[in-house]
Design a binder for this molecule. Structure first.
Ligand code: CTP
Ligand code: CA
Length: 224
C-alpha cells in the first residue's frame, strides 16, 4: 500500500543494478567469495521499481526472492557479471553497482576436485584480477548515470572520494563496515562533485528509497 502513494520519480526510466557477491571457482567443490548479502541491491531494485522504473537486477549467488516486477539475471563469477552487464548498460538510464565483485579469481579452475597430497604439501593459489564492471560501464560512450558503492573499514570519505574519481562516476555511496555488512540497517555517505552528505541510519529499504530520490533528483525528467 505504501508503494502506491510513493511519487513515481523514475517513471519511464530503466535502471540496471548489480547485487550480491560473486563466486570464483577453484575446483568443482571450492571457490572464493565474500559475505555480501545482496540486501542493499535487492532493496534498491524494489525501491526503483516502486518509483516507476523498469528494473534489471544482475545478481550473484544469493538466496533472496526477486522483488515484484523486477527482471533478474543470475550469475556466479565476476566475468559472467561483466558479460551480462556490459551489453545491457547502454539500454539503461541508470546503473547502480552494489555488487561486492571478487577482486581476484584463481588463474585456473581445476576440472576435478583437488586432492590432498598426503605429505602435508599445500596447493598454491595463483590469482588474476577480475574486470572492474563499474569502471567498464562508466567508460562506455553511451553510458548510463553511474552510481558506485564503497564499503570501507576506515577513512570513508577519503576512500569514497578517491574511488569516485578513479572510476570516473558522478555519484558514490559509502558505508563503513564490517559491523554493518549483512545487517538490515545501515547509514550511507553520498559523495558527488558538489560535496558530501549523510543519509542517516535506517533500514535498507528506507535507505534505498532515499537513494532513489537522490538519484532521481540528479538525473532530472526523462526527455519525451
Ligand atoms: N566494482 C565492480 N567491479 C569490480 C570491483 C568493484 O563493478 N571488479 C564496483 C562495486 O560494485 C562498487 C565499486 O565498484 O560499486 C567499488 O567497489 P570496491 O570493492 O569498494 O572498490 P575497488 O575498486 O574494488 O577497490 P578496493 O576493493 O581495493 O577498495
Ligand atoms: Ca573490491
Amino acid at each position: 500500500m505504501i508503494a502506491f502513494f510513493q511519487p513515481k520519480l523514475l517513471a519511464g526510466r530503466r535502471v540496471l543494478i548489480t547485487a550480491g557477491p560473486t563466486f570464483e571457482p577453484i575446483d568443482p567443490v571450492r571457490g572464493i567469495t565474500n559475505h555480501s548479502s545482496g540486501k542493499m541491491g535487492f532493496a534498491l531494485a524494489r525501491a526503483a521499481q516502486e518509483a516507476g522504473a523498469q528494473v534489471t537486477l544482475v545478481a550473484g549467488p544469493v538466496h533472496m526472492p526477486t522483488p515484484r516486477g523486477v527482471a533478474r539475471l543470475d550469475v556466479q563469477t565476476a566475468r559472467q557479471m561483466h558479460a551480462a552487464v556490459l551489453p545491457l548498460a547502454p539500454q539503461h538510464d541508470v546503473f547502480i553497482a552494489t555488487a561486492a565483485v571478487a577482486d581476484w579469481r584463481p588463474d585456473t579452475t581445476a576440472d576435478q576436485k583437488i586432492k590432498k597430497q598426503g605429505d602435508s604439501r599445500v596447493p598454491t593459489l595463483a590469482l588474476t584480477e577480475n574486470p572492474d564492471i563499474l569502471a567498464a560501464v562508466a567508460a562506455l560512450p553511451q553510458r548510463p548515470y553511474c552510481v558506485g558503492f564503497a564499503a570501507e573499514s576506515e577513512q570513508l570519505l577519503q576512500h569514497a572520494s578517491e574511488k569516485r574519481l578513479r572510476k570516473n562516476i558522478p555519484l558514490i555511496v559509502g558505508n563503513l563496515g564490517p559491523a554493518t555488512f549483512g545487517r538490515d540497517d545501515n547509514a550511507l555517505l553520498l559523495v558527488d562533485e558538489q560535496g558530501h552528505h549523510d543519509i542517516p541510519h535506517a533500514d535498507k529499504l528506507t535507505l534505498a528509497r532515499a537513494l532513489v530520490r537522490e538519484i532521481a533528483g540528479r538525473i532530472g525528467q526523462p526527455h519525451t
